[in-house]
Ligand binder design. Sequence first.
Ligand code: NIG
Ligand code: FE
Length: 402
Amino acid sequence: MNHPSSAAAEPAATGRTTVITNIASLVTNDPSLGEGPLGLLQDAAVVFDGDRVAWVGPTSKAPATDNRVDAEGRAGLPGFVDSHSHLVFGGDRTAEFNARMSGRAYSAGGIRTTVAATRAASDEDLHANVAKYLAEALRQGTTTMETKSGYGLNVEDEARALRIAAAHTDEVTFLGAHIVSPDYADDPAGYVDLVTGPMLDACAPHARWIDVFCEQGAFDGDQARAILTAGKARGLHPRVHANQLHHGPGVQIAVELDAASADHCTHLDAADIDALANSSTVATLLPGAEFSTRARWPDARPLLDAGATVALSTDCNPGSSFTSSMPFCIALAVRDMKMTPDEAVWSATAGGAAALRRTDIGRLTPGTRADLTLLDAPSHVHLAYRPGVPLVSRVWRRGVCA
Ligand code: NIG
Ligand code: FE
């Protein structure tokens, strides 16, 4: 991959250890290493040993290593952790987006268009699509990306989607309960039986998580609870599409079942905010969806002020949010969701890691994964200050420069 704006070419890597020096401002997300919740360090250096961070500190104290990279005053931060996407799909929904931008409302029903296209796609095409959007995200600084099934909606196509997803990422989510399958249009209860029975049997071995779209026109609270509970019994951990289009029971069910994350959280009442703040369930906000559906923004302020953990993700999917750009989501969150730049950057890195219950990513401190993004800017604040500008200069994932 070419990075025309990256630092001057360094000699080819010759050993296991690499130091990156002259990082004007480094977000570590380890408050013991630097200032504030971001653990911000000025004129910093980071040492990688293979795929791990071995040392973080001032450039003046950087130890000798096999390889040396000069960041030349760029800002550094942990690779983004995008904890919510739907990358296993065929076709696109350009016409639907176009109609929506002419005034038509978004509804869960559009998912059926992608189900038909996904079922018709070959394995090869689906693999290529997932790889394409992961590579696109990596170029924009994302080093971990969760992705879901949910456009198969029968046993064979859901299991196929998960097998394909698992070939590209460790963070795989079974979303057979995205909407009631068109094959069961007149028998939603029969579809819930399928999802909690034969479909779960076929899908559980390929996934880490189970998700439900708890929403009018998709699954109600009782159905969501039944599906998530069945998944838990099979060793899958819950995450929930909750309170996206309307207020509903999704957030409360997520907290009740100790879901890792309640995603969207656009329509919350005081009890929802309180429940999230007093739980380990992360509130994952997905501003790309509100942008692309011209919907009301989720308000991060009451969540943050109540003490809830907030993550930011793209929700990359062909219907409601066709962006793979975490920098874009950070800019939206700062401009329209009342987050400070520091909060948004934390949510896009450490927050995403919390939503995946991971401590080895989203931070740069000895022992974490060597995932680092350098910006063609002196500070992480520029991610919001310079919206739409391709600031990502270089990305290391597992210690390898992409
Ligand atoms: O997160 N809300 C449900 N699922 C997706 C939309 C999927 C689609 O429209 O294809 C979302 O926004
Ligand atoms: Fe989603």
